[in-house]
Design a protein around this ligand. Structure first.
Ligand code: BES
Ligand code: MN
Ligand code: ZN
Length: 504
């Protein structure tokens, strides 16, 4: 898919399709108005005659428009003027993609930057970003493992965005560059997430890290912490989870140095990379167990974010860690009742082997202390409770460092990759009390997302930290089964903001 921006002369321009907005109560957008004049009132007459109300999602394709060189015009409903927000704008874009796909149109010019979105600072930059990112998100298909590739109608190949000022062209160039980097990161996260567990194990994750280092050899290097080194480090909680797997656990450390300043403390991203979570001895029920191949989506998102960051050459130092392992039952498996000594020295009484994510993360959180991090963010498909609490729209955010929460909230708002904060106050910590060890690995029936974060919090006291629970947002089920690539857009935006890149 090719995207371009330009100030077009729409009268003389010849393309397959021009896309213009119409508002409820039959109000034409500025460009629709212009095209109406050129076509001697053709557009107005169609809009007046048709019964369409121009709600978001409604559209009409016109052909043979008098005095217009382009082959067709797609009128798209934009709802009530003055009511368009970011979500509605994305819905309009979605509708356009499907209408173009259905009509078999391969080239189009969008005249939709002029549709007003009533959000502070929401200018052409953000509209272009959302157009490009939404389009790619919508057109993504995972075809790597199909012997016959889907060959639907001729694919949309070129999308041009019509702008009105020179300034818009300048910021638009940045918008395209940023979007394409985010899109590339999202694609990596989706592809990796969708890979089946017989192919995508810890070694496979490690291979992806090495592929990044090969492409971005100037900025990325890889450290691979394998089983033997984990043993030497005393990462016994991490190792316990993998104990019955035939695959070796590997922690892939992706070091990105975009800033020469050696005093600059790194930002650390840790992704849960359980390539299959059977539950272990506390075996999961059979229904939908296949979806536990997605239990490595945190790690996949880290790989994706590192791609975005390297592509944009952000002036930051970032260490992304994919904590790869597999949770299997078997005669070597760790079992309920075991007490494990973590790398931090704290002991854990295992009460449920299905609460494995926090075990691999706790040792990884201790491991990263050596980097003297500025901040640490972990990303994990950690709790089924998070899906109960927030469903599939918002990822859970838990952090005890307010400035970081604020930054993440801003990035979520901008990217449309939503998060909702849950508390991690001390009163919840008592749910982890154990008579046998320093803590248990589960906190009982209530507030499962919070007690999981409380568990992690005990290993993060040496730095500023945030935890993203993406159990409900990392993939979709049933008809739309597939990884979403979240939270790559959120964290890419967070890092772009931190780099203070020029946008406007
Ligand atoms: N990977 C799962 C969490 C999960 C479950 C994500 C379903 C998405 C959908 C995690 O390892 C897990 O099994 N958590 C347990 C914790 C419990 C034993 C305290 C859960 O949520 O049931
Ligand atoms: Mn589990
Ligand atoms: Zn899990």
């Amino acid at each position: 898919m090719k995207f371009s921006i330009k100030i077009y002369n729409l009268e003389t321009q010849c393309t397959d399709c021009l896309i213009v907005g119409i508002f409820e109560s039959r109000r034409l957008s500025f460009i629709a108005e212009k095209l109406d004049i050129i076509s001697n009132g053709y557009i107005r007459s169609i809009v007046n005659y048709s019964a369409i109300q121009w709600k978001i999602g409604q559209s009409l394709l016109l052909h043979n428009i008098p005095n217009v060189n382009s082959k067709s015009i797609l009128l798209v409903g934009c709802g009530k003027t003055g009511e368009t927000n970011i979500k509605k704008y994305k819905m309009i874009i979605n509708k356009v993609i499907h209408a173009l796909k259905d009509a078999g149109i391969t080239e189009a010019i969008y005249c939709l930057i002029e549709v007003p979105v009533h959000v502070k600072e929401y200018n052409a930059y953000w509209k272009i970003r959302h157009i490009i990112e939404t389009t790619h998100d919508e057109l993504y298909r995972f075809q790597n493992l199909k012997t016959k590739k889907e060959t639907s109608s001729p694919l949309l190949r070129k999308i041009a965005l019509n702008l009105s000022t020179r300034d818009e062209v300048t910021i638009g160039t940045y918008a395209i560059q940023h979007s394409l980097a985010v899109v590339a990161g999202v694609k990596i996260a989706k592809d990796l997430g969708n890979m089946p567990p017989n192919i995508c194990n810890s070694i496979y994750l490690n291979l992806q890290a090495h592929k990044l280092a090969e492409i971005y050899s100037d900025t990325i290097t890889i450290d691979s912490i394998r089983q033997k080194e984990m043993q030497e480090l005393g990462m016994n909680a991490y190792l316990a989870v993998n104990r019955s797997s035939k695959n070796e656990p590997i922690m892939s450390v992706i070091k990105y140095q975009g800033n020469k300043d050696t005093y600059l403390r790194p930002i650390i991203l840790i992704g849960k990379g359980v390539t299959f979570d059977s539950g272990g001895i506390s075996l999961k029920p059979a229904t939908n167990m296949d979806e536990m191949k997605y239990d490595m989506c945190g790690a996949a998102s880290v790989c994706g974010i590192m791609k975005t960051v390297a592509e944009l050459n952000l002036p930051l130092n970032i260490i992304g860690i994919m904590a790869g392992c597999e949770n299997m039952p078997g005669s070597h498996a760790y079992c309920p009742g075991e007490v494990i000594n973590t790398m931090s020295g704290q002991t854990i009484e295992i009460l449920n082997t299905d609460a494995e994510g926090r075990l691999i993360l706790c040792d990884t959180l201790t491991y990263v202390e050596r980097f003297k991090p500025d901040i640490v963010i972990d990303i994990a498909t950690l709790t089924g409770s998070c899906v109960v609490a927030l469903g599939h729209h918002y990822s859970g955010l838990l952090s005890n460092y307010k400035p970081l929460v604020k930054e993440l909230m801003i990035a979520a708002e901008q990217s449309g990759d939503h998060i909702w904060r849950l508390p991690i106050t001390d009163e919840y910590q008592t749910q982890l009390d154990s008579n046998i060890a320093d803590m248990t690995n589960i906190g009982g029936r209530y507030a499962g997302t919070i007690t999981a974060a409380c568990f992690l919090e005990r290993f993060t006291r040496k730095y500023h930290w945030a935890h993203l629970d993406i159990a409900g947002t990392a993939w979709k089920s049933k008809k739309n089964k597939g990884a979403t690539g979240r939270p790559v857009p959120l964290l890419s935006q967070f890092l772009i903001n931190r780099s203070k890149l020029k946008k406007t």
